[in-house]
Design a protein around this ligand. Structure first.
Ligand SMILES: [Zn+2]
Length: 143
């Protein structure tokens, strides 16, 4: 005896049914002798659900997609960082101070600045009307 989980294509009911063998199932299926328990439709097929396998497959695919997405973002960030490094002056932890001195003293600077600031600094700068932009920064230990 073999038990199959069957799916009715008509009403989407799934139900278990016992057959003498898989050949027996095929025979009955070909003779359209397998009916849906609910609507009587003969459009009944073996329900090929294997949740664990399916889930694994999906998560692997998503994992790959995420990895590709991550690599794209990383590439963009690296290019962004390169651009900033080439076009902005690094002021390190003096960022808030430098930003203020540019803002208040009309200090002429051809280059923008970048550096590190605390959340508190950024909040205060914003309150003073100094626009800052937070850039996600990747530490590149090779450089
Ligand atoms: Zn049905």
């Amino acid at each position: 005896m073999i038990k199959y989980n069957l799916l009715c294509k008509e009403c989407e009911l799934t139900f278990d049914s016992w057959f003498a063998s898989s050949k027996e199932y095929d025979k009955l299926k070909n003779k359209k002798l397998i009916n849906c328990h609910s609507c009587g439709s003969v459009r009944v097929e073996k329900n090929l659900m294997a949740p664990k396998v399916i889930n694994k497959d999906i998560s692997d695919k998503n994992g790959k997609k995420d990895l590709i997405k991550y690599q794209k973002i990383k590439k963009t960030l690296n290019e962004y960082q390169k651009f900033i490094k080439n076009n902005f002056d690094y002021v390190g932890k003096n960022f808030a101070y430098e930003a203020r001195s540019i803002h208040y003293n009309n200090k002429k600077k051809y280059k923008g600045i970048y550096g590190t600031a605390s959340k508190q600094d950024l909040k205060e700068l914003k309150e003073e009307g100094i626009e800052t932009q937070i850039v996600p920064w990747l530490e590149n230990k090779k450089n």
